[in-house]
Design a protein. Structure first.
Length: 220
């Protein structure tokens, strides 16, 4: 089933849903850093959010809009850290049972954070893909609401509110530099930029040690 791409209207609605729970984060200019890179650089401090990462915006947006049947069934996700914390945080806010599948060797601090947020932790597999496959199987068997880390419109609309805040604070921004893991943040930036100012350039950055999105992009 193809992904239903969120609209800019979905992003505006997401901001309304998350506003009671997450405050806008600060946008700072650091002259020394700007001098190093040769441009006026602004840093969005998403680390000030409750889980220390922008993804929590998506978890709160999604869990705030779950149908009553979905709330009763509970949610399940696969993660190595930030996505799981996002879902766990949102689920705890709205009294929903969360289950997070993590691979063996996942970041212990982030796993413990998910547990403290009330999520049931299911350790399975050597890597993320094996944990994800187990997650999808459990979702089908137990009828849990599966929350994909990337192909989930409510998550993308939620994380896109970070880019919306940037343009509200600095409307003359010419480019976004966005980290790419699952791609929700970069996708959200694209949606906002296209709606507000299509001339804005979106630059996705991925680790050399985990370049799956980069390779997929190059291979079309």
């Amino acid at each position: 089933m193809p992904l239903q791409v969120p609209s800019f209207t979905d992003v505006l609605q997401a901001r309304r849903w998350i506003a009671p729970y997450l405050r806008p984060t600060l946008l700072y200019n650091y002259p020394a850093l700007s001098g190093l890179v040769g441009c006026t650089l602004w840093v969005k401090h998403e680390n000030h959010l409750p889980t220390g990462a922008f993804k929590v915006r998506g978890g709160v947006n999604l869990c705030s809009q779950l149908l009553e049947d979905e709330r009763r069934r509970g949610v399940i996700a696969a993660s190595t850290g930030n996505h799981g914390q996002s879902v766990a945080y949102g689920a705890q806010l709205f009294g929903v049972k969360a289950r997070i599948c993590v691979p063996e060797g996942a970041n212990p601090a982030k796993v413990e954070s998910m547990r403290h947020l009330g999520a049931e932790i299911i350790v399975y597999g050597r890597d993320f893909d094996e944990a994800r496959e187990r997650c999808e199987a459990l979702a089908a068997q137990q009828n849990y609401r599966y929350v994909h880390s990337g192909d989930e419109p409510l998550l993308i609309a939620g994380v896109a509110t970070a880019s919306l805040e940037v343009l509200e604070m600095q409307p003359d921004i010419e480019a976004f530099v966005v980290p790419v893991g699952g791609g929700s943040g970069a996708a959200g930036a694209c949606i906002v930029a296209k709606a507000v100012n299509p001339r804005i350039e979106i630059i996705g950055v991925q680790s050399e040690g985990a370049p799956a999105a980069y390779r997929s992009w190059k291979a079309h």
